[in-house]
Design a protein around this ligand. Sequence first.
Ligand SMILES: [Zn+2]
Length: 169
Amino acid sequence: MHLIPYPSPNFNERPKETVIETIVLHYTDMETADLSLKRLCDPKAEVSTHYLVDIDGTIYQLVADEKRAWHAGVSQWKGRDNVNHFSIGIELQNEGYEYFLKHNVWDPYPLPLMESLVQLLKVLTTKYNIDPSNIVGHDDIAPDRKRDPGPHFDWQWLAEKGFGKELEK
Ligand SMILES: [Zn+2]
């Protein structure tokens, strides 16, 4: 799998002995990957992610897996707070709600993006022995604040590839 390094200064250390157990999917909520990458690397924005997948399937790595990226914010999953401690964040390039406001439909997730996501999930779940059903949306861990990856993200399609929270149902 080809990863393009795009280092962000926005990270810190995970708590000692943390096991990576969860993967959180987001949409960038911005018009282009270029704009998204700039924001995710801006120290003033204080946000980041481990990976960003562009609409053409290009995967950028911004923060090393072992470091703590800042994507989840105030969050909770399976009774544990601060999901950034024990998760890997993947941003999917998608205009999100802004697109919905402009076009009255949600921004679609193109196949090359989805296929690259599956490749990335294969690598990460194998490397860190993450339960393939323990892949969730930002809206699952911060339901009062967040709606990403949004209603156009096809969890069912992802489940057919062997990943995601739909497997638990
Ligand atoms: Zn998010």
